[in-house]
Design a protein around this ligand. Structure first.
Ligand code: PAF
Length: 281
């Protein structure tokens, strides 16, 4: 695996991998890699001849009181995992290589980024759209893979990629879960053993509400039951519990089209998010 830290070296390495028409896939990450990321890498191998991974903890997507400094950065462990999974290229820029002095451009995707995590974390999705647009332009991959756990992020990246005519094939990959249903996330590392046991309430409450709504139960009652179950288990009052259209992310009061049930709630130092598909029968 070749590791590069500046854009000229990245361009040379990416061109070499794409030589003769070979396909290159990109898996953008912020590091602290787990089996969820490795599922993206394995899926990437099915879409391309070579896989590039980026590791960059992007300051522009963290708010002033968020965990940018505390975000885990186990670089050696990450590198070993990528080598084991046959990744060809690691793009690991520092902040000055990504945002050199004088950097002034922001990518903002209207509408899709306003609700859910966009409302709870102002500016977050501008930071994501900006860095992903840069990663697409830097690496020039044929396709890029993102986890469905961050469903809103995936929708925003698809919109940005289409609106700016970037032309990368954006592939969503189903969420990887622990045996008790908890979605894998780098932020699960913040949970104490006691909190980790409580965290399993989140997917269980969503699964229960999904079944209720699909069976014809009132959406508002099912969402309220999720809120109550989380608070009773020890979560703080959730940032949101919402049923939204799977494509437009608009709030839904009745299940009249494919939807996702979205939840974000804090437990100790971790802010956990998850979403499940809810479909009219
Ligand atoms: O999902 C993430 O890890 C990040 O938001 C991403 C897409 C790598 C952009 O920094």
């Amino acid at each position: 695996m070749q590791t590069v830290h500046d854009v000229p070296a990245l361009r040379a390495a990416s061109s070499a991998l794409r030589k003769g028409g070979a396909r290159l896939a990109l898996v953008p990450t912020m590091g602290a890699l787990h089996d969820g990321h490795m599922a993206l890498v394995e899926e990437a191998k099915r879409h391309a001849d070579h896989v590039a991974v980026s590791i960059f903890v992007n300051p522009r997507q963290f708010g002033p009181n968020e965990d940018f400094d505390a975000y885990p950065r186990p670089a050696e462990k990450d590198v070993a995992l990528l080598v084991k999974h046959g990744v060809s290229l690691l793009w690991m820029p520092g902040v000055p290589a990504m945002y050199p002095a004088g950097y002034a451009t922001n990518v903002a995707v209207g509408g899709l980024g306003d609700g859910l995590c966009g409302a709870a974390r102002p500016g977050h999705f501008d930071g994501v759209a900006t860095v992903v647009a840069k990663l697409f332009n830097q690496v020039r991959p044929d396709c890029a893979l993102f986890g469905e756990k961050d469903w809103q992020q995936l929708a925003i990246i698809r919109r940005m990629n289409a609106d700016l005519d970037i032309g990368v094939e954006v592939v969503g990959v189903p969420t990887v879960r622990e045996a008790d249903g908890l979605a894998l996330s780098s932020r699960n590392a913040y949970l104490t053993p006691e909190e980790r046991a409580v965290a399993a309430t989140l997917p269980k409450a969503i699964a229960f509400a999904k079944a209720e709504i699909e069976a014809g139960g009132a959406v508002s009652d099912a969402l309220e039951a999720v809120r109550r179950a989380l608070v009773a288990a020890g979560f703080q009052s959730p940032d949101y519990v919402a049923l939204c259209g799977a494509e437009d992310l608009q709030d839904m009061a009745v299940l009249d089209r494919p939807a996702r049930l979205f939840v974000a709630a804090r437990l100790g130092k971790a802010r956990l998010i998850d979403n499940w598909g809810v479909d009219p029968q």
